[in-house]
Design a protein around this ligand. Structure first.
Ligand code: ARG
Length: 461
């Protein structure tokens, strides 16, 4: 028997190349679980509308459950005519339960079906990525907790700027990833709108109640209110791909810092062997490949977003086959991030900071702002203080001395009442401890941030 879902009006078979071009089973078989869940709910709605009997519904549900088990265990055997996941499930259902399977598609189209399936998949994907993000955040908080008092240079323009706590650096990334988790949560709220029952585009005329479907499919909390938009909308895919891309961008920034910091020139951290690789030629090399791949994969994550946006651009209402191209980019981005985030979490958790190298990279120039602040405390307007300390820095450069080694006379030349106590400012720890404003780098604030994160996550359900 021909299991094609649409063969009736055709007199010639699809060309082989066209079939290969059109078939999407290889990709969309990942929707098997979602497709079965959607069909079980649909069978229930058909029975409720009196379109099939309770017995027929039970047979369908039983058969669908068997199909689900076949997919889950890897026993499902695809056939040449399995155009897509929807065709394959229905074909197998027919083999398992017979004629009653022919009633399942009553009032339904693959257009509302695939939109439903894909939404279900995306809800799960967002949930998994949120969990993986949390894993990475926990690794960063753990590092922060252990190294709150470890000092390193903070940079702007990649030039040494002011001393900071290494823990503070870790927690900056926790902030980014928390925004990512929030973004996924927001996006998920919009994915939870159910297209099923919208039919091919115009709605169903057989009296199937759409509201009750959200009870059977509890990942959904509302039904799409315009049937045309219900089958044409793929905003949720674009949104998720954007959220995934931005996670990729954040990972690439973290990776870049770690790549720099693990170089011999910086030497601030050392990556574990398990997350590094060697060179086939140079025996001494240990390369931060985990981080380089994280940085590199941000390219494909952004590429997948651009793919989806480009597919959607200019598409007329409603469903168009172009939209079948929505799944590969999403699956690819999901898989890339799912594994990438696990690697990132483990690489960060096992990374060893090297406090002595960080300390060696601190120089007195990084306390110039502290000097200016001290002048401010003595009543000098900041703009003037900035200029005075600037002149001191220039003097130190001329004399080839560090600020700390400049004779007192030089200090008194810019501010006559200064005395020896000015040299007490040259203390990195005290400098950092003074940055005690909310969100600052003082260890006290870093500890406060760590407490904050523990609290936020313990309140999450
Ligand atoms: N495989 C298709 C997709 O992913 C399912 C929907 C097909 N609908 C249609 N009218 N041909 O988009």
């Amino acid at each position: 028997m021909d299991h094609s879902l649409w063969g009736g009006r055709f007199s010639a078979p699809t060309a082989d190349d066209m079939r290969q071009f059109n078939d999407s089973f290889r990709v969309d078989q990942r929707l098997a679980e979602a497709d079965v869940a959607g069909s079980i709910a649909w069978a229930g709605a058909l029975a409720q509308a009196g379109l099939i009997s309770a017995d027929e519904r039970d047979m369908l549900v039983q058969g669908l459950t068997m199909v689900r088990a076949e997919f889950a265990s890897g026993r499902f055997v695809a056939q040449p005519g399995d155009e897509d996941i929807h065709t394959a499930v229905e074909r197998r259902l027919h083999e398992l339960v017979g004629e009653v399977a022919l009633k399942l598609h009553t009032g339904r189209s693959r257009n509302d079906q695939v939109a439903t399936d894909f939404r279900l998949f995306c809800i799960g994907a967002a949930r998994v990525i949120r969990e993986r993000l949390l894993g990475l955040q926990e690794a960063l908080v753990e590092q922060a907790d252990e190294h709150t008092a470890v000092l390193m240079p903070g940079y702007t323009h990649l030039q040494r700027a002011q001393p900071i706590s290494f823990g503070h650096w870790c927690l900056a990334y926790v902030e980014m990833f928390e925004r990512d988790r929030a973004r996924l949560k927001d996006a998920t709220a919009r994915i939870r709108t159910l297209p099923l029952g919208a039919g091919a585009l115009a709605g169903n005329s057989l009296g199937v109640e759409r509201e009750t479907l959200t009870e059977a499919l509890d990942e959904f909390d509302s039904v799409a209110t315009n049937s045309l938009d219900a089958v044409a909308d793929r905003d949720f895919v674009a949104e998720l791909l954007f959220a995934f891309s931005l996670i990729g961008i954040h990972l690439s920034r973290l990776a870049e810092d770690v790549i720099l910091y693990s170089s011999a020139e910086f030497g601030f951290v050392s990556l574990d062997d398990a997350y590094s690789t060697g060179s086939s030629l140079m025996p001494q090399k240990k390369n931060p490949d985990s981080m380089e791949l994280l940085r590199g994969k941000s390219g494909r994550l952004t590429g997948n977003l651009v793919t989806m946006l480009t597919v959607l651009k200019g598409l007329p209402l409603t469903y168009n086959k172009d939209m079948q191209e929505d799944k590969e980019p999403l699956f690819d981005s999901f898989d890339t991030l799912e594994l990438g985030l696990r690697v990132a979490a483990a690489a960060i958790a096992t990374m060893k900071p090297r406090p002595e190298r960080m300390a060696a990279a601190l120089d007195d120039g990084m306390l110039a702002t502290d000097l200016a602040d001290e002048l401010v405390r003595r009543g000098v307007p900041f703009r003037e203080a900035h200029g005075k300390v600037g002149r001191l820095v220039r003097r130190a450069e001329e004399l080839n001395l560090s600020l700390r080694d400049l004779p007192l006379a030089e200090y008194q030349a810019i501010q006559p009442e200064l005395d020896e106590s000015i040299y007490e400012l040259f203390d990195f720890e005290r400098s950092v401890a003074r940055k005690n404003s909310l969100g600052g780098t003082a260890p006290q604030q870093v500890l406060r941030q760590i407490d904050h994160w523990h609290e936020v996550w313990s309140e999450e359900t």
